[in-house]
Each structure stands twice: as C-alpha cells, then as structure tokens.
Design a protein around this ligand. Structure first.
Ligand code: FAQ
Length: 356
C-alpha cells in the first residue's frame, strides 16, 4: 500500500504514488541531460532566462539568478517543511518507549530517525538559498517561522501512531510527490528521497491500524477513535481552501507548487476511502459519498477556523511542542560548542601542515 494503492498490508506494490516519485526522478535526470540555453545574454536578460528555464521544466539551481520573491517563498516553504519534520518527531517519539513490542519499538525508532534526516536534507536545501541553519532554527524558536498544524495534536493511544503513519504521512506524500517536480533543483531532489521514505512510513502506520482493526473489539475501537480524531486535522494539513490561499497562485506560476491545496486534499480523500474500507474503519464524515459527475468523493471540509487558530499558536499542544524544542536546543548547546571548537582545531592543524 503505497500512497494511492490499497489492500492488505502484505499486498504491497510499487505502483501508485511511489511510481510517480520514480517518474519524477527520471524526469529530473532527463532535465539535467537536456541542453538548455547557455546562459543569460546580459544582466537585462536575467528575468527572461529565469522564466524560460521554469517554462521549459528545467531546474533553477543555487548559482542561477532568481527573483527575490521566489527565493523568499522557497525559504519560507522549505524552512516550514524542515521545522515540521523536526517538531513532527515529538508526537511519535512520545510512544517509542511504550510501543507494544521490541519489533514495534525498533520500527518506530527508525521512522522517527528518518524524520530527523528529512529535516536535515531540507535545512541543507534551504541553505543553498543563502540562509544558514542557525538562522532558520532561530526563526522557528522565536516564532517567526511556522511548522505544520498537524503536530499540535496529542498522541493519546498506540493507535494514534498508526493513524499518524497512515493519514499524516499519507497526506504528506500526496502533498510532496508533486514537489519532486518543483522548479528549484535542491528542493526537488530532496523530495525524491523523502517521498520514498515516507512511503515506508505510511505503510507501517497502515499496518499498525490493520492489526488493531482486525484484533479484539477494544483494539478495533481504539483504531476507530484514532481515525475519528486525526481525520479532519489531516485534511487541514493541505492548507486553507484555494480561495483563501495567499501563496498558491504565485507558487504555481513559478512551478514550486504543481497543484492547489484543494486539488491535493481531494486526491487524499479519494485515496483514503478504499483504504479505510480494507481496514474496516469508518471515516467520520456522514456526507462522504461518491460523486459520479465529478468522479470524486464529496466530503465535509475541515474546520478552517480551527486550522487558523492552531497555526497562530493556539492548538492543543503548541506550547508543549515549542517548550520541548527550546529545551532540546538548549540541552544541545554543549554539542554545538564542542563541534565548533573541534572544527577550529582541525582548521588550525591543517593550516600548520600547509605552512610546514
Ligand atoms: N500548517 O497560501 P497558503 C510531514 C500557512 S511534513 C501550518 O496555502 P502555501 C512529514 C502557510 O504557511 C508536513 N501553516 O500557503 C511527517 C501560509 O502562512 P504564511 C509539512 C500552514 O505555502 C510526518 C498561510 O497558511 N509539509 O508531515 C498550513 O502556498 C509524520 C497561507 O497558506 C510541508 O511543509 C498548515 N497545515 O501552502 C513528519 C510541505 N497550511 O507563511 C513527522 C511543503 C497553510 O504566509 C511525522 N509545504 N499554512 O504566514 C507546502 O506544500 C505548502 O507550504 C502548504 C501551504 C501546502 C503547507
């Protein structure tokens, strides 16, 4: 079950969204191999060159000229994405020591470590735009940059770990597969690897819920309760509805975003319905039904006022998540100091060697 595939956990296939990631990877290689116009003819031609590269589905690279607003949009989005991966370690990290078996602990530990890795790829991609990781971390800690709303909800039971994998990683993949074709090369390349790993994450969550929903009545009830609590916050991850999305039009013109928030939300709902059926769980939406005309499911929208409240810092766990991150950052100060001192020592030694 990868992305929009569905079936029992043992019926994994490499198609669906993972197939799209592979196609995006091949397209990246082809774009790199294709001849593009050598270089801008003059400084007056920089904007024309940028537009031509984007139009031709080539990649903008760090060395290339880019409009300042494009750079700022990318820094905002990539940083928000990186912060989400790092803050997103907390809700599941909370369950590592309580996972029900050694195997479950090992799998969850690996998954949470992967999220840290995703944060690092993304901070590295943002750094190519001329901002340092220290600056980005400061912007998160002083509240000037955001992270995804979804990580401000609590993980009350073990089934929540399953729901995060299935729904949160599932929504993340639906949102991120198109980002593999983003016009900015370093972001697109980071997304390829991240999406492949997210497929595993989604699958492990689905497998947890499949086990619970085919277990005792209490386990099935726990799985249903997790779906009931995570469904609407997961739909809200895709952002405000198109009419209220401030950045979508420009980001789509620059080919940073390839689909609108509502298009991706719809795709996610359509993907989940059959997966929920296989699980034997009920999506908590009485108005969910197939619309033959649209060839898509009609569904109830999430509460966007709640989304705005959570984004602005007033969700169930915002304060706890930020306090934990600030504490972890303070606790890590000695590691950063030691690493800086060691790097300075090595640099001095190298200088001496060169001079000798
Ligand atoms: N949460 O104009 P738009 C993951 C803000 S990774 C918080 O539509 P845009 C993996 C938005 O920033 C999850 N803020 O914005 C994982 C803007 O505010 P600003 C993260 C939100 O950028 C799994 C304002 O609202 N994924 O889950 C949210 O065009 C499990 C107006 O919105 C990414 O970051 C929200 N949900 O579209 C890890 C993917 N929605 O900056 C651990 C990359 C909107 O003007 C465990 N990002 N806002 O003050 C994107 O694709 C886009 O940034 C969107 C928003 C689609 C999130």
């Amino acid at each position: 079950m990868y992305g929009n595939d569905f079936g029992a956990p043992e019926e994994a296939s490499g198609g669906g969204l993972l197939g799209e990631v592979e196609a995006a990877e091949a397209a990246l290689r082809e774009a790199a191999a294709r001849q593009r116009r050598g270089a801008p003819a003059s400084d007056d031609d920089l904007a024309g060159f940028f537009a031509e590269v984007v139009e031709a589905d080539q990649k903008i690279e760090p060395r290339d000229w880019m409009p300042e607003a494009y750079r700022k949009t990318l820094i905002r989005q990539i940083a928000q994405h990186a912060h989400s991966e790092i803050i997103g370690m907390q809700p599941e990290g909370n369950w590592i020591s309580r996972a029900p078996s050694l195997k479950r602990k090992a799998i969850l530990l690996a998954k949470v470590q992967d999220e840290a890795g995703h944060g690092l790829y993304l901070y590295a991609a943002a750094e190519t735009l001329g901002i340092s990781r220290d600056e980005l971390v400061d912007l998160l800690l002083n509240g000037r940059q955001k992270y995804s709303s979804i990580f401000n909800y609590p993980t009350l039971t073990w089934a929540d770990v399953g729901a995060i994998g299935w729904l949160v990683d599932g929504a993340a993949i639906v949102n991120q597969v198109p980002l593999c074709r983003c016009s900015y090369g370093p972001y697109a390349r980071a997304m390829i690897r991240i999406c492949k790993e997210e497929s595993f994450h989604q699958r492990q969550g689905y497998e947890i819920l499949h086990t619970l929903s085919h277990g005792t009545p209490e386990q099935k009830a726990m799985a249903q309760d997790a779906l009931d609590r995570w469904w609407y916050p997961s739909l809200a991850m895709f952002g405000p509805p198109d009419g209220e999305s401030t950045h979508s039009t420009q980001s789509m013109a620059w080919k940073i975003k390839r689909f609108s928030n509502d298009e991706l939300r719809q795709r996610f709902v359509d993907m989940c319905v059959q997966q929920a059926e296989i699980l034997g769980l009920t999506i908590p939406d009485p108005d969910l039904r197939w619309n033959d005309e649209r060839q898509a499911y009609d569904f109830t929208q999430p509460d966007y006022d709640e989304l705005m409240r959570v984004i602005s810092g007033d969700g169930p766990c915002n304060r706890q998540r930020m306090a934990h991150r600030r504490q972890a950052h303070a606790d890590g100060a000695w590691v950063r100091e030691a690493a800086t001192a060691y790097a300075a020592k090595r640099a001095a030694e190298n200088k001496e060697k060169v001079a000798a």
